[in-house]
Design a protein around this ligand. Structure first.
Ligand SMILES: [Zn+2]
Length: 116
């Protein structure tokens, strides 16, 4: 966006000691690198050169993009499914609750008794 001034406006500004000059670093839109999840569970995709104006940022953030890749890994860890639970030390089976594990352990005791 360039600002155009009339001759009168320029004269008026000159009288007051002001001048308006184009600043290339301001006219070029700044870009940002953001991160989003890929198709695979632990895949993080780097999206570089995205527009960083407030409207675009809001849009990207609402679509699950993050500014730091580690924010995505934290979110992955917070997912309860398959990540957290109780593992049976005998057969390695993963159970969601402590109660389910207790029930599962009883099944091992039964099979052990049968073997003896
Ligand atoms: Zn087991």
């Amino acid at each position: 966006m360039t600002i155009t001034l009339t001759r009168e406006q320029k004269v008026e500004l000159d009288k007051k000691g002001y001048s308006i000059e184009p600043l290339p670093e301001l006219t070029a839109q700044s870009k940002i690198t953001m991160y989003r999840r890929g198709e695979l569970p632990d895949e993080i995709i780097e999206m570089s050169n995205l527009p960083s104006d407030p409207m675009s940022l809001r849009s990207y953030l609402s679509r699950g993009f993050t500014i730091r890749p580690k924010d995505l890994t934290l979110r992955v860890k917070q997912h309860p499914e398959n990540k957290e639970g109780f593992t049976c030390e005998t057969c390695g089976k993963l159970l969601q609750t402590k109660l389910a594990l207790a029930g599962h352990l009883r099944s091992h005791q039964k099979t052990n008794k049968k073997e003896k």
